[in-house]
Design a protein around this ligand. Structure first.
Ligand code: NAP
Ligand code: F7E
Length: 359
C-alpha cells in the first residue's frame, strides 16, 4: 500500500485529494497546524476511514516536519499547506513568506536531512498567481510577474522545489494551478462568497452582497479535476512542472450573473466604478454593491491558462466546465441555507427572496 503525506489537509484541495487517494488505496496522512477551534469540517467524510490519519504539524516548525516524515515514511508528499488568500497576504506579508516560502524549504530540507530524497516524490502547490499580469494565455514558458506577497512567496517555493530537483535529484513537481473552486472553497474567496451570498439572500438571511473588482478575469475549474492532475504529476517517470487550467477565463461579473441565473434571477448592472450596482430586473431589489475595501493594492486582471503540456504528457483534461462548477456550488449553498427553488412563487414579488425558503 502506498503512503501519502498531505500538508494543508484541512483546506479545500487537501479534502478532495485525501478522498481521491483513499479511493486509490493509499494510506493517507494529513498534516494541519495546531488550531484552537475544530477546523476539520472539510475532511469529515474521510476522518473515520481506516487508512486516514491526522497529524498536528506546522510548516514553520522544522521539528514537527521531521517527526512527521520520520514516523510516516511517505512515498508521496503533497505540499498544499499555505496562507493562500492573496489579499490577506498584503496584510501579513512576512507570514506568507514564512509559511509558503520558508515552509516549503523546511519540508525539502527535512526530506534531504532524513536521507529520503531517493524514496519520496514531492508535489508543490504552485499557482497561476506567479504569472501576475503577464499576458494571457499563460503556460510553462510565460515569464513570471508576481503581484502580491502571496505570489512572491510562492515564486520562492516554486524555485526552491526546482532547485532540489536539479541539485539533489528529488522527484519534485510544481503544479502551476489556475483557480479551482468547489463547495469546499474557503468562504473568503470570491466564488464561494458569491454562491453563499446569493443563497443567503434567497433564504431572506442577507439583504445584498458586497464585492470588489467585478472585471477581474480568472480561469476557474473544479478542485475535483485538479487533485487528479496533482496525482498524475507524481506518477511520471521524470519529474517536471505543469500548468493545470481550463483555458477559459470569465470575469467576476460573469460568475455573479451565472450564479444568479441558476436561481432564476436576471441582473441588470447600473452605474459604474464604486457606484455600480446589480439589480434584480424582476423585483428592482439591489443585490450587488461595490466596496473599495475588497479591491487589492495591485490587481491581477486576466489569468487564463494553456494546459496543453498537461494534456499531452499527463493525459489530463478537466471534466467539469464553468456552468457545472457554478451549479455544484450554488446547489450546495442553497441546500445549506434551506433554499428550495421548487418553492418559488413568481406571483408574489413583495418579499421575493424569502419565497424560496423551505417551510
Ligand atoms: P486552503 O483551503 O486555504 O488550504 C490551505 C491549508 O494550509 C489549510 O488547511 C491551512 O490550515 C493550511 N496551513 C496554513 N498555514 C499552515 C502552516 N503554517 N503549516 C501547515 N499548514 C498550514 O487552500 P486550497 O485552496 O486548498 O489550496 C491548496 C494549495 O494550493 C495552497 O498552497 C494554495 O496556495 C495553492 N493553490 C490554490 C489554488 C486554488 O485555486 N485553490 C490555485 C493555485 C494554488 P488552517 O486552515 O488550519 O490555517
Ligand atoms: O479573487 C476579485 C479579486 O480571492 C479572485 C487563491 O486560491 O487563486 C486564488 O487567488 C478575483 C480577484 O482568488 C472580491 O480582486 C472581487 O481578482 O477568489 P479570489 P485569487 O486572488 O485569484 C489563486 C490561483 C491562488 O493561488 C490563491 O491561493 O476576484 N474579487 N470582489 C474579489 N475577491 C475576493 N476574495 N472577495 C471579493 O469580494
Amino acid at each position: 500500500m502506498k503512503t501519502a503525506l498531505i500538508t494543508g489537509v484541512t483546506g479545500q484541495d487537501g479534502a478532495y485529494l485525501s478522498a481521491f487517494l483513499l479511493d486509490k488505496g493509499y494510506a493517507v496522512h494529513g498534516m494541519r497546524p495546531y488550531a484552537p477551534l475544530d477546523d476539520t469540517a472539510n475532511i469529515r467524510s474521510v476522518m473515520d476511514h481506516d487508512h486516514f490519519t491526522l497529524h498536528t504539524g506546522d510548516l514553520t516548525d522544522s521539528g514537527s516536519l521531521m517527526r512527521c516524515l520520520a514516523d510516516i515514511a511517505p512515498d508521496e508528499i503533497y505540499n498544499l499547506g499555505a496562507i493562500s488568500h492573496v489579499k490577506e497576504s498584503f496584510h501579513a506579508p512576512e507570514a506568507a513568506l514564512n509559511v509558503n516560502g520558508g515552509g516549503t524549504l523546511k519540508l525539502l530540507e527535512a526530506i534531504r536531512t532524513l536521507n529520503m530524497t531517493d524514496a519520496v516524490r514531492f508535489y508543490q502547490a504552485s499557482s497561476s498567481e506567479l504569472f501576475g499580469n503577464a499576458p494571457a494565455p499563460q503556460n510553462e514558458h510565460t515569464p513570471f510577474d508576481p503581484c502580491s506577497p502571496y505570489a512572491a512567496s510562492k515564486l520562492y517555493a516554486y524555485a526552491i522545489t526546482k532547485n532540489y530537483r536539479n541539485a539533489y535529484g528529488l522527484h519534485a513537481a510544481n503544479g502551476i494551478l489556475f483557480n479551482h473552486e468547489s463547495p469546499l472553497r474557503g468562504e473568503e474567496f470570491v466564488t464561494r462568497k458569491i454562491t453563499r451570498g446569493i443563497a443567503a439572500i434567497l433564504a431572506g438571511k442577507q439583504d445584498h452582497l458586497t464585492l470588489g473588482n467585478l472585471d477581474a478575469k480568472r480561469d476557474w475549474g473544479h478542485a475535483r479535476d485538479y487533485v487528479h492532475g496533482m496525482w498524475l504529476m507524481l506518477q511520471q517517470d521524470t519529474p517536471d512542472d505543469y500548468v493545470l487550467a481550463t483555458g477559459q477565463a470569465r470575469s467576476v461579473r460573469d460568475f455573479v450573473e451565472t450564479a444568479c441565473a441558476h436561481a432564476g434571477i436576471t441582473l441588470e448592472w447600473r452605474g459604474s466604478g464604486l457606484d455600480e450596482t446589480g439589480i434584480d430586473t424582476k423585483t428592482g431589489h439591489t443585490l450587488i454593491r461595490i466596496d473599495e475595501k475588497f479591491y487589492r493594492p495591485h490587481e491581477v486582471t486576466h489569468l487564463c491558462g494553456d494546459a496543453a503540456k498537461a494534456r499531452d504528457t499527463l493525459g489530463w483534461t478537466p471534466d467539469i466546465g464553468f456552468k457545472a462548477l457554478v451549479t455544484d456550488m450554488m446547489n450546495a449553498d442553497m441546500a445549506a441555507n434551506g433554499v428550495d427553488l421548487s418553492h418559488r412563487n413568481d406571483d408574489n414579488t413583495d418579499h421575493v427572496y424569502t419565497l424560496y425558503a423551505a417551510e
